[in-house]
Write a protein that binds this ligand. Structure first.
Ligand code: CTP
Length: 131
């Protein structure tokens, strides 16, 4: 049986940490679905829009060989619905979220993978601003 994996994130200013988590997420099963958070959702969370608009973030993710499907995550409150609609067997998140998604264990296996050290979108934005 095909083992379906789901993961979520903004994936703005795409970097090596994003590659690493997606590649390792795919290795947990056979089919990887990525929920990319909408521009509006990011604005609500962080009071700023992503650098790359959602259509571009979706296209970057779709072009990766270890990503099978991408959809836009419109609301943080729809995690259960997204997991069920996508028939996910496993939810993968970076360990910056460790413990935060344990309530999803009712619906699927939940795995937290270690983040890649020393890189993040926020840090890249700060570095570029300071140039
Ligand atoms: N991620 C990772 N290693 C990093 C950065 C991100 O494994 N160095 C993972 C996160 O844990 C998450 C996914 O990549 O599962 C998407 O993270 P996202 O928040 O979009 O990227 P960040 O670089 O963490 O962005 P920000 O600095 O804006 O929080």
């Amino acid at each position: 049986m095909t083992k379906r994996i789901i993961t979520f994130g903004t994936f703005d200013v795409f970097h090596i940490g994003h590659i690493n988590i997606l590649e390792r997420a795919k290795k947990q099963g056979d089919y990887l679905v990525v929920g990319v958070s909408s521009d509006l959702l990011n604005f609500e969370k962080k009071q700023r829009y992503p650098v790359y608009p959602q259509e571009q973030r979706v296209r970057i993710l779709e072009s990766l060989r270890f990503v099978d499907e991408v959809f836009i995550e419109e609301s943080l409150d729809l995690k259960v619905q997204y997991i069920q609609e996508n028939k996910a067997d496993v939810l993968v998140m970076g360990d910056d979220w460790a413990g935060k998604f344990n309530s999803m264990q009712k619906y699927c296996e939940v795995i937290y993978l270690p983040r890649t050290p020393s890189i993040s979108t926020s840090e890249i934005i700060e570095v570029v601003k300071a140039l």
